[in-house]
Ligand binder design. Structure first.
Ligand code: ZN
Length: 190
């Protein structure tokens, strides 16, 4: 997309990760790319991040202390970078609340008991007019979902620990395959 003009191949062969780490191996690490306005744009490979930085197209905002080494360059592993020039991004379609995206938004935690969640619950039950939208869905474990059935929270004396809303990470985290780095949190906060 934005960076398609830049090829990764040169850096892929030139940069090797530092010594093995218990965290994500440096070669597989991902970097959060922000626009110059500090809005999250997407997630790129570390190699692409390094390329953007070496071309002067991006600057580093966060590193995780690990170093990348190559014949030509030695630099801290970039965790968050921002473009030096603002790139206009056309409006993108919002991500719909699906089982996968809702579980992802709620970190696979049941909104009612805090346990591991596999299902999605409509806070205001659909049978009572509740709509299928981000503000009315939460991750729930099978047990809580079953116990709640089509009742309202106040009927059960239950409360939500947060106000459900659409995630802001529709762009950056849409793939679901990428594990968010804790250092990204400040930049993608809802
Ligand atoms: Zn539960």
């Amino acid at each position: 997309m934005l960076t398609s003009a830049v090829t990764e191949s040169a850096m892929t062969s030139a940069v090797t990760p530092a010594a093995a780490s218990p965290a994500t191996p440096a070669a597989q690490a991902r970097t959060l790319l922000l626009n110059a306005s500090m809005e999250p744009l997407c997630i790129v490979s570390v190699h692409r991040a390094v390329l953007l930085m070496m071309c002067g197209k991006a600057t580093v905002l966060e590193t995780d202390g690990r170093m990348l080494h190559s014949a030509h360059v030695e630099m801290p592993l970039p965790v968050v970078i921002s473009l030096t020039r603002y790139v206009h991004v056309p409006m993108r379609r919002p991500v719909p609340p699906t089982r996968r995206t809702v579980l992802q938004r709620d970190s696979h935690r049941c909104a009612y008991c805090g346990g591991g969640a596999d299902t999605v619950d409509h806070v205001h039950p659909r049978s009572k007019g509740g709509r299928h939208e981000w503000t009315n869905v939460v991750a729930a474990c099978v047990r809580c979902n079953h116990r709640k059935a089509d009742r309202l929270l106040h009927e059960l004396g239950w409360e939500l620990p947060f106000t459900p809303r659409a995630p802001r990470w529709s762009i950056a985290f849409g793939s679901g395959a990428v594990r968010a780095d804790p250092l990204w949190a400040a930049y993608v906060a809802a």
